[in-house]
Design a protein around this ligand. Structure first.
Ligand code: NDP
Length: 454
């Protein structure tokens, strides 16, 4: 008779939790259960990346119809039905949820519905029922956080934005990160008067400055009204209208306010600290390189650990934990050169160091290319692309590869492999381009940016 009910209990059936559970059960034959109190699939599939990208696709047609005229088509962007888009998106999410249930079932992972609370190093309680496991994996993700200003109860987050009953005429989005710029792009393209309020002097803190400046300018050109270095002090609601009180006694009226001011780990009320798990000042679970917490039998992965908060990272961490616990091989994730994308309009793709990060430890050369993509020559769309390479002068290694423009996420994924392999600028140059593409610019940049322009 086994000492525990399960070999592994995972709390949270998001991307990371499902992957780790599935690997533990199907690859290593371990008795595994996963606990979830919302929909299986988690933030990425149900409330984040997937529905957001479907809305981005939907919004894109506005530009596509406009482009078509330049190519001889008499297509007009009219009759857009927001309800139809949301309905189709929700049907796809239902389908994906079914796929996730099937994956878990076929892998022999038991699903437990409810909120898991850790009561000791080997026990999780759900609705008063105790389940024991040799190992517990915390994969509870995060939630949106907002500043505590008067009237904040009137605002929505991206969760609600994905399911609005109707599009507003005007929206104010507060924040300058991934979520804020992505949703600003969606609403603006769908004809909503979109204001983006950013407390800093620019959007996308931490990204390369050329990316930040290019995207800011392109978004503004498309009609997003950016208000940088602007703070919201309070929000009032009256008769369906929202009044934002800004600094300097300025006011802004709108029909909807969305906050995208960051996310925090879901650790509250899980019994983690009581069980001996250490949390940091942001409430994130503190883990070692193998994702082990301060308690030997408890591991944590994904956004709840607040390391690199991206779905593919949670997947990698989940697989590493399964390998560590059941494959007999302590496994860590290599966090260097993780590519990421912002599905803004136009989108961003990036891998490696920003120029500012590279300058901290390297002597660097910079290569930049700015151009109007070929597709827009006939369509006349006023949108430019920017591509940038950062090269280490001593080793010739490409340290950073950044792009703003159509297909940037697809293009950068390939270059991420090159950076992971340690590719040099000479190897980029020796690569024959595919013509005519935007991507070929990355292998045909020969002109260094003069020092004073870098
Ligand atoms: P981010 O951390 O990316 O951005 C938060 C933004 O809100 C920043 O601009 C920040 O400003 C601003 N902010 C923070 N506090 C306040 C405040 N009190 N008042 C005004 N502005 C404030 O968070 P997001 O919510 O956009 O996204 C959360 C996470 O989700 C991301 O970190 C990312 O990991 C993930 N994500 C990834 C996506 C992708 O890969 N495409 C898409 C969406 C989300 P400042 O810069 O000054 O701190």
């Amino acid at each position: 008779m086994a000492q525990y009910d399960y070999d592994l209990i995972t709390i949270g059936a998001g991307s990371g939790g499902v992957r780790a559970s599935r690997f533990a059960a199907s690859r290593y034959g371990k008795r595994t259960a996963v606990i979830e109190n919302r929909r299986v699939g988690g933030t990425c599939v149900m409330r984040g990346c997937v529905p957001k990208k479907l809305l981005v696709y939907g919004a894109h047609f506005a530009d596509e119809f406009a482009d078509a005229a330049g190519y001889g088509w008499q297509a007009r962007a009219e009759g857009f039905d927001w309800g139809a888009l949301v309905g189709a998106k929700n049907a796809e999410l239902d389908r994906l949820e079914g796929v996730y249930h099937r994956i878990l079932r076929e892998a022999n992972v038991a699903e437990i519905n409810g909120t898991g609370i850790v009561t000791d190093a080997h026990t999780v309680e759900v609705d008063g029922k105790a389940y024991t496991a040799e190992h517990i994996l915390v994969a509870t993700g995060g939630h949106p956080v907002m500043p505590k200003i008067p009237g904040i109860e009137h605002v929505i987050t991206s969760d609600e934005a994905l399911d609005l009953a109707a599009l507003p005429e005007r929206i104010v989005i507060v924040g300058g990160g991934y979520i804020a710029v992505e949703f600003a792009g969606i609403f603006n393209a769908l004809g909503v008067e979109t204001h983006l309020i950013v407390r800093a002097d620019n959007i996308l803190r931490g990204f390369d400055d050329a990316v930040r400046n290019t995207l800011r300018d392109e978004m503004a050109r498309k009609g997003v009204q950016l208000h940088c270095e602007t703070k919201v002090n309070s929000i009032e609601r009256e008769n369906g209208n929202y009044s934002l009180h800004l600094d300097m006694a300025e006011m802004m009226d709108t029909d909807l306010v969305m906050y995208a001011t960051g996310r925090r780990p879901n650790t509250r009320g899980l019994g983690l600290e009581e069980a001996g798990v250490e949390l940091n000042g942001r409430g994130a679970v503190v883990v070692d390189a193998t994702s082990k917490t301060a308690v030997d039998s408890i591991y944590a992965i994904g956004d709840v650990t607040d390391r690199v908060n991206l779905t593919p990272v949670a997947l990698a961490e989940g697989m590493a934990v399964a390998e560590t616990l059941f494959g007999g091989k302590p496994t860590t994730v290599d966090y260097a050169n993780i590519a990421s994308a912002v599905f803004s309009q136009p989108p961003v793709g990036t891998v490696g160091l920003s120029e500012a990060e590279a300058r901290e430890n390297h002597d660097i050369d910079i290569y930049v290319s700015r151009f109007k993509p070929m597709k827009f020559t006939l369509s006349g769309r006023d949108e430019n692309a920017m591509m940038k390479l950062i090269v280490d002068r001593d080793t010739d290694r490409v340290l950073g590869c950044h792009m703003v423009g159509q297909d940037a996420p697809e293009i950068i994924q390939g270059f991420a492999v090159a950076l992971k392999c340690g590719a040099t600028k000479a190897q980029f140059d020796a690569t024959v381009g595919i013509h005519p593409t935007a991507a070929e610019e990355f292998v045909t940049m020969r002109q260094k940016l003069p020092e004073h322009d870098a």
